[in-house]
Design a protein around this ligand. Structure first.
Ligand SMILES: [Zn+2]
Length: 145
């Protein structure tokens, strides 16, 4: 079974978390404080679930805005999925369908898709536009550490 490393924000211990625990709050094996939930796949959020998710996760979030009619979004999809695995334990990757959630897209000022936002505590830190490779996204994320 695949495992992912989730680093404890209290003591810095790297905890190995099995993939099947995705979405569950873990416990640090060293200091026993809560670990942020592991996400290794993009989470599909909407106007009802978005704010609750961001609040509950606590860590940095990469939010991709896309639409089913957008061919660029379709070609971007594999990179989004891959980067969710690459950054598992360090960030959560979420996706918002702008066609079904226009209010959320409006709140973020999304003009073109695909658009990727880096959020901390729900605030926009930076934005990437257009189709990117998973490596470029991961490098962009690390620059903002
Ligand atoms: Zn710890």
């Amino acid at each position: 079974m695949p495992t992912y490393v989730v680093t404890c924000s209290f003591c810095g211990t790297a905890n190995r978390i099995p993939a099947e625990k995705e979405g569950k709050i873990g416990r640090c094996g060293n200091c026993h404080n809560d670990l942020p939930p592991l996400y290794y796949r993009p989470q599909q959020l909407n106007e009802r679930t978005f704010d609750t998710f961001i609040k509950g996760y606590g860590g940095p979030v990469l939010a991709e805005f896309w639409a089913p009619w957008c061919p660029h979004c379709r070609s971007f999809e594999p990179a989004v999925r891959k980067v969710a695995g690459m950054l598992a334990g360090a960030a959560a990757v979420v996706q918002v369908n702008t066609q079904e959630n226009p209010l959320l897209a409006g709140r973020f000022g999304v003009r073109g898709i695909p658009a990727l936002f880096l959020l901390r505590q729900g605030r926009i830190v930076d934005q990437l536009s257009g189709v990117q490779s998973s490596e470029a996204i991961a490098a962009w994320f690390r620059r903002h550490r």
